[in-house]
Design a protein around this ligand. Structure first.
Ligand code: ADP
Ligand code: MG
Length: 593
C-alpha cells in the first residue's frame, strides 16, 4: 500500500488559516489597525471602498519594516512580537501569532509599502494568493501602507457569503470604534467611498467618546475610577437618565483590548439597579488594567472573550466602583434641562448619606405634536370623535369595528406602555408605540404618495452638532429627508441648521428625531435610499413614534386612540405586529366564573 499522508502546500495551509482570521472585511480592518498600533503609530488612516469588498487600506506613521521584514511579515508564524512561549504571559501587543498578514495575503491582492525612518528607501511588495508578484525598493514616507484589494477573489464561496454593504460597513465601523476608543492618544481618520466618516484627533477618552458618538455625550458621562491590587478601572458610565432601550454603547477593554464579557456586564447592570426603568440599558466605556499573567492568554486572538483568574473579585470591584460614581453624580447633578424633573425633588442634605435616587427614567421623549393641537384641544369633543366610529361609513373599511366607546371616555396608561380604553363590548389594550407607528406610517405614506410633504417652518432655527461621520450620512440623505418635510442646511463641518420639520413633529423633538434617523440610517441605509415610499414611511414612523416607557397625557392617549381608528389598518404596526387587543365582557365574565 502507498503512503497517503501529504503535507499541505503553504498556499493551501494559509487559505485554511485565513478562514479563521479573515471572516469578513471588518476582520482585516481590525488586524491592520492593530498592527499599526503595535508599530507605535500616532496617526492612522483607514480607507475603505465598497464596504471593504474592493479595498481595505490602512496607512500609518509607525516604525515601518526593513526589506527583509517586509517580505517575512507575510510568512505564517512570522512575528516580531514574541520569541518564546514564556513571553506570552507578559504580552503587551495586540498581535503575537504572526498569522494575520499571511492569512490576508492568501485570500486577496495585497500591496505593501513600508519604510523605516532610518532608511533612505522603502520597500514595495505585491502579493496575490500568497504568491509574491513583485518586490522592489521604493521611495515612500515613513511608516506602512497596506492595501487589501478584491477580498476572496480566489474563493467565490466566501465572497458570496458576505452580507450586504450596509451590514459589512456596520461591522467595520464597530471594529474601528473599538480600536479608536481604546487608543484616544492616536489620531484616526476613516473614509468610506471617498466620504469622510470619522476624523478623530488625539486627545483623552472623554473627547474620543464625544468625537465618535456625538457632542451630546459630553454631559452624559460620569467618570469611574478605581485602583486596586487586582485590577484598576478607568473610564465612564452614562448617566441613568440617558439610558437607552437598545444595548448601544457598551464597551469593556481589558489591557486596551476590546472584550465582551457577560459577567462583567452584569456587574455594571447591577450597579445601575433602581436607577433604570425596565428594559433600559446603560452606556459604559470601561477600561480594566489587569496583570497579563492573571488572564488566560490561551485565547484566540480574533475572539473577544477572555477569562480571568479572579473574576469574582473583579466583578465586586467593578460593581462598587460604578455604584460609587453614580452616587457621586447624584449629589452634584450637572445642569441639564432635559433631566427628569423628579430628580429635583430629591432632598439633598449636605452631610446625609448618599443614596442613589430611585426614579423611573424616561430617557427618551414624547414626540407628540403638542403646539398646534393644544391650542384647540379644549374645544375638541372626544365623545364626538368616538361616536364617529359608530357610523358604518367610517368603520366599514376597518379590520375592527370600534363600536362606540363609552360616552365618558376613559383612557388609562399601563406601565407607560399600554393604553387601556373602554369599548362598548368590553375593553381594549393598545400598544402605544406600535399604534403610533401605524398612525404615522399611514400619514407619511399618504403624504409621500401625493408628494405633499407637509413641512412646518420652525419659529426658531435649531442648530445641531454632530460628528463629521454623522454629518456625512445626513448630507447623503438630503433629498429623502426633504421629501419628508425636513429643511436642513449644513453649517460648518460638524453642525447643521434645522429650519423646517415634518408637520406633526414637536419642535422640541426635532433634533432628537434627526439623531435617531441618523442612527437608524447607519444600519438600515437602504430603507431610506431605496426610493420605495412604503419603506421610507415605515422608517419615519419607527423613528418618530412615541416609545414605550413614556408617560402620556390624557389628551395624548385620546389622540392616539382617535387617530388609530382613523387608520386603514388599526390593528397592527407597519411591521405587522399586533397594535391592539380587545377583551369582551363575555370573555371577562367567563374568567370570573
Ligand atoms: P502579528 O501581529 O501577530 O505579529 P501579523 O501577521 O499581523 O502578525 O504581522 C506580522 C509582522 O509584520 C508583525 O509582527 C510586525 O513585525 C510586522 N508588521 C505588520 N504590520 C506592520 C505595520 N503596520 N508596521 C510595522 N510592522 C508591521
Ligand atoms: Mg497582527
Amino acid at each position: 500500500m502507498e503512503d497517503i499522508i501529504q503535507v499541505l502546500p503553504d498556499r493551501v495551509a494559509n487559505q485554511i488559516a485565513a478562514g479563521e482570521v479573515v471572516q469578513r472585511p471588518a476582520s482585516i480592518v481590525k488586524e491592520l489597525l492593530e498592527n499599526s498600533i503595535d508599530a507605535d503609530a500616532s496617526q492612522i488612516q483607514l480607507i475603505i471602498q465598497d464596504a471593504g469588498r474592493t479595498l481595505v487600506q490602512v496607512v500609518d506613521n509607525g516604525k515601518g519594516m526593513s526589506a527583509t521584514d517586509a517580505r517575512l511579515s507575510f510568512e505564517r508564524h512570522a512575528t516580531s512580537k514574541i520569541r518564546n512561549a514564556e513571553e506570552l504571559f507578559h504580552i503587551q501587543t495586540k498581535g503575537f501569532r504572526g498569522e494575520a498578514l499571511a492569512s490576508i495575503a492568501a485570500v486577496a491582492h495585497v500591496d505593501l509599502k513600508t519604510k523605516r525612518a532610518a532608511d533612505e528607501l522603502g520597500t514595495a511588495i505585491t502579493i496575490a494568493g500568497s504568491e509574491v508578484t513583485s518586490q522592489e525598493p521604493t521611495s515612500t514616507t515613513n511608516g506602512t501602507s497596506l492595501s487589501v484589494k478584491n477580498l476572496f477573489y480566489n474563493i467565490p464561496a466566501r465572497r458570496n457569503f458576505l452580507k450586504g454593504d450596509k451590514v459589512e460597513l456596520k461591522h467595520i465601523i464597530d471594529e474601528f470604534e473599538r480600536v479608536a476608543l481604546a487608543h484616544p492618544a492616536i489620531g484616526f481618520t476613516f473614509h468610506h467611498n471617498n466620504q469622510e466618516l470619522f476624523r478623530l484627533r488625539p486627545d483623552g477618552l472623554r473627547k474620543r467618546v464625544v468625537d465618535i458618538f456625538g457632542p451630546k455625550f459630553n454631559e452624559k458621562l460620569v467618570p469611574v475610577e478605581e485602583d486596586t491590587d487586582v485590577v484598576s478601572i478607568q473610564g465612564f458610565v452614562g448617566k441613568p437618565d440617558f439610558a437607552k432601550k437598545s444595548r448601544g454603547e457598551q464597551f469593556f477593554f481589558v489591557n486596551n483590548r476590546f472584550i465582551k464579557n457577560n459577567y462583567l456586564h452584569h456587574a455594571v447592570q447591577i450597579a445601575f439597579e433602581g436607577l433604570l426603568a425596565e428594559g433600559y440599558h446603560p452606556s459604559y466605556f470601561l477600561f480594566l488594567q489587569i496583570d497579563p499573567a492573571r488572564i488566560d492568554v490561551n485565547i484566540h486572538p480574533t475572539k473577544t472573550e477572555i477569562k480571568f483568574d479572579d473574576d469574582r473579585t473583579i466583578y465586586a470591584i467593578l460593581r462598587s466602583a460604578v455604584k460609587k460614581s453614580l452616587g457621586q453624580y447624584s449629589i452634584a447633578p450637572s445642569l441639564d434641562f432635559e433631566r427628569e424633573t423628579s430628580f429635583d425633588d430629591i432632598p439633598l442634605k449636605p452631610n446625609g448619606p448618599v443614596k442613589p435616587p430611585s426614579i423611573e427614567v424616561d430617557p427618551s421623549f414624547n414626540p407628540f405634536q403638542s403646539s398646534p393641537k393644544k391650542e384647540h384641544k379644549n374645544q375638541f369633543d372626544w365623545t364626538e370623535a368616538y361616536h364617529q366610529f359608530d357610523t358604518p361609513s367610517q368603520s366599514s373599511n376597518k379590520e375592527i369595528e370600534f363600536e362606540g366607546a363609552h360616552s365618558t371616555t376613559i383612557a388609562y396608561q399601563l406601565h407607560n406602555k399600554y393604553i387601556l380604553t373602554h369599548i362598548k363590548t368590553g375593553f381594549m389594550v393598545i400598544d402605544q408605540n406600535r399604534a403610533h407607528q401605524r398612525i404615522l406610517y399611514e400619514q407619511f405614506l399618504k403624504r409621500l404618495e401625493n408628494q405633499s410633504s407637509l413641512s412646518q417652518q420652525l419659529l426658531f432655527e435649531q442648530t445641531l452638532e454632530m460628528t463629521a461621520g454623522n454629518r456625512a450620512i445626513l448630507t447623503s440623505l438630503e433629498s429623502q429627508l426633504s421629501s419628508l418635510g425636513f429643511d436642513i442646511e449644513p453649517f460648518g463641518p460638524q453642525t447643521v441648521v434645522i429650519r423646517g420639520i415634518p408637520a406633526g413633529l414637536k419642535e422640541t423633538n426635532a433634533s432628537a428625531v434627526l439623531e435617531r434617523i441618523i442612527e437608524d440610517a447607519k444600519h438600515n441605509r437602504d430603507d431610506l435610499t431605496s426610493g420605495n415610499l412604503d419603506t421610507l414611511a415605515k422608517f419615519m414612523a419607527r423613528n418618530m413614534a412615541v416609545k414605550s416607557g413614556i408617560r402620556l397625557e390624557k389628551e395624548e392617549m385620546h389622540q392616539i386612540v382617535d387617530e388609530l381608528f382613523a387608520c386603514d389598518q388599526p390593528s397592527a404596526a407597519p411591521n405587522g405586529k399586533t397594535a391592539l387587543i380587545t377583551l369582551t365582557l363575555e370573555e371577562l365574565d367567563k374568567r370570573f366564573q
